[in-house]
Design a protein around this ligand. Structure first.
Ligand SMILES: C[S@@+](CC[C@H](N)C(=O)[O-])C[C@H]1O[C@@H](n2cnc3c(N)ncnc32)[C@H](O)[C@@H]1O
Length: 364
């Protein structure tokens, strides 16, 4: 249920979501501002800007402040014009956010606008205006973080992603979606949310695991096939009752963007399951440092490239785009031991045990 007060207590999964957002923006802002004169950060469901800590103090930053601070506190000056658009429907929350933002001094190249409006209507009119002018959306990171599922039509996501330099991070409210999937009154909302009526067959699935897999898969497929997003990754958020509340879906056409988002997600889940649970006690001592499943990665790489000769760049692209692993997992954990075991031959490098760009690897 959406909270009725202006500011509410932060929950651990929200902090995990914010940590992913913050880490990603700290990488995305400098990369994008190096190559573009103007970039946009759209926070479609901006909230009031602060959360209460456990002592009821409104001191924890919400997504708008996380985004502004990622730009403001960057160690090198960012040269692009960065425009932050914050959309928030609730008038009290919107006012609260406006007040907070007026207290921040921004350099000339950082600008913001707070719109006390509906996300889909505002985005539609911005996109319609650009279409009329025959213009494209500037490179944009759109954070779409609703409480529910009725106000995030897939058609808007598809229109944002028509510009290849745009990226989306979407909170997909799985728990509520699953709960109401069989409610005939909600059918039109689901058509709009998924951008297809294919969810209807999933509503007939009773096995809860299979139903979850299919719902997750359908949205993923829609992003890839309907919105033509090249790379899609999701992250599962689980509440204290061990229920999946939502998936965060990230969509980008940039391999570099995917690389940075995977780094942010692995930081939150060092096991690489792309999952965070409110049940995790951050103060609990761990017996073993979590380690990625390198046995699985080795098997995946050896199967994929068996009998082939490929560049290190090709292996990196495969691992980033097609597996859950990161590019940092390839060299020391996999290539070094497989080379020592005589399973691969390596050329195109000057020093043994290294695999710089340009290295060629033959898989026996
Ligand atoms: C999950 S909260 C956002 C939290 C915020 N993104 C953060 O991380 O700090 C969702 C917000 O969306 C607002 N909201 C609900 N419906 C909306 C709509 N159609 N358009 C814009 N904002 C909406 C709610 O008032 C609420 O503040």
């Amino acid at each position: 249920m959406p909270p009725i007060q202006t500011i509410w207590h932060i929950e651990p999964h929200t902090q995990a979501k914010h940590a992913i957002l913050e880490r990603y923006l700290k990488a995305w802002l400098p990369i994008m501002s190096r190559w573009n004169g103007r970039i946009l950060y759209i926070d479609g469901f901006a909230g009031p800007g602060k959360y209460l800590d456990k002592n009821n103090r409104p001191i924890i930053d919400g997504s708008p402040l996380i985004a502004i601070n990622a730009a403001l506190k960057h160690k090198l000056p960012l040269h692009a014009e960065i425009v932050f658009i914050f959309i928030e429907l609730d008038p009290r929350q919107c006012e609260h956010l406006k007040n907070l933002l007026t207290q921040i001094n921004l350099p000339n190249n950082l600008k913001y606008e707070v719109m006390c409006e509906k996300f889909d209507e505002t985005l539609s009119s911005i996109l319609n205006y650009l279409d009329e002018q025959n213009k494209q959306l500037a490179p944009t990171f759109a954070f779409i973080d609703p409480f529910g599922y009725s106000d995030t039509p897939f058609s808007i996501i598809k229109r944002i992603m028509k510009t290849k330099k745009c990226e989306v991070l979407i909170t997909f409210m799985y728990k509520d979606i699953n709960r109401f999937l069989n409610d005939p009154d909600k059918a039109l909302h689901f058509d709009s949310l998924f951008g297809t009526d294919q969810w209807r067959s999933i509503a007939q699935v009773n096995n809860s695991r299979e139903r979850k897999r299919q719902i997750h898969e359908l949205y993923h497929r829609q992003l890839k096939e309907e919105a033509k997003v090249k790379y899609v990754r999701s992250f599962e958020m689980i509440n204290e009752f061990n229920q999946t509340i939502y998936f965060l879906y990230f969509g980008t056409n940039s391999l570099d963007g995917l690389k940075q988002m995977k780094a942010a997600m692995w930081k939150i889940d060092p096991y690489g399951a792309f999952r965070f649970s409110d049940r995790t006690d951050p103060n609990q001592a761990v017996l073993f440092e979590p380690e990625p499943n390198f046995i699985l990665l080795e098997k995946t790489i050896l199967t994929q490239f068996k009998g082939k000769t490929v560049s290190i760049e090709e292996i990196e692209r495969f691992v980033l785009a097609e597996t859950a692993f990161r590019e940092t997992h390839i060299r020391n954990p996999i290539l070094k031991p497989t080379e020592n075991a005589g399973k691969i031959g390596v050329s195109g490098r000057t020093r043994k045990g290294t695999y710089p760009q340009g290295t060629v690897i033959q898989f026996f």
